[in-house]
Design a protein around this ligand. Sequence first.
Ligand code: SF4
Length: 381
Amino acid sequence: MSDSTLKGRIINQIMSNEKYRKLIREILDDTRYHLLFESGKPEIYEGLVAVKNSVFGRMIRLEASSVCQLRCRACSTARGKNRRGVIGWGFLKFDDFRRLIDENPDIRTIEISNWGEIFLNPELERIVRYAFHHNVRLKAANGVNLNTVSPSMLESLVKYRFNYLNVSLDGATHETYKIYRRKGSFHQVIRNVEMINEFKKKYDSNLPKMSWQFVVFGHNEHEIDKAAEKARELGMEFRPKLNHTPQYSPVVNSELVKKKTGIGAASRDEFDKLKRKAYSRPCTQLWDSPQINWDGALLGCCVNKFGSFGNVFDEGLDGALNNEKFTYAKQMIAGLVPPREDIPCLQCKVWKKYNGDERTLPASSTAEYLTHTLEKILTQK
Ligand code: SF4
């Protein structure tokens, strides 16, 4: 057997094992975290992203709809906060989408969900079809509520190989689901998932991959097992998630949640302390997958609802990404320049928690980071 065949077989064996894939993902994530936030080496991460982009193509985030029909408690969209600010209330237009793709043929992946429900966009089918014909992978990993979707849209998701849907289902029964997802119907969402599965059979396709996102609250923690079982039946990956607003329906039985979710923590703060890094720190998106609003406003990350860095539809994608304000923001987040009043991040609780005066996590040195990574590899079971 030649060296290259042997190498290929070893790599395949490693990558086909979920345990190793998870370990590799974690190590890559830790490395990114360390380079950007702890050792102040954003230029190295930027170089790695450039290599990745040249091999796999570029990734951006582009909101298809900031409009939503549900009234989920603790959501800025449902409470009307976003409508009054930079996010606004609207849909990505097909013509803007087409122009962005035509002008940037290196874009290969677009995350299209964020503050609203993508399926309310009346031009979504055209967008999905155009993306397919231009070899652009669309995904909705931030989440969809999947309540209001036409059969023809569901069919298009399969026919045009929409890559991934993360379906928000915080309960295993309608009674529990509706406590948070007000105005939503658990039964309708399940029917829509089943219909997608039928189309997948018809087209003999494994896309879109689907996951069941279960935000863990005090009022639904008793249904984790039941939801995981139902997700398996429907061919969905079960993805429990820790609540970002702990004052709303906090977890009651922490031990149960830690055990049943496999996350090892019952709150984001607890996770941070245990793992010595943030449970979620979307600032990394400024470098690897910048967020753009439906009207072209450059937001940088999926959390920013405070202000814009420019406009991609007016300045062009590279023009906006290289403008002075956005470049300064990246340097500021990496701790290389002082905070500046016009950078929207100063209003963000992620900034306050991890960069500002309220910082709770100490930065680790490169030596500590390497020791931690080595430990992770050696203790991998
Ligand atoms: S500080 Fe907040 S707004 Fe700024 S990049 Fe990070 S998560 Fe986004």
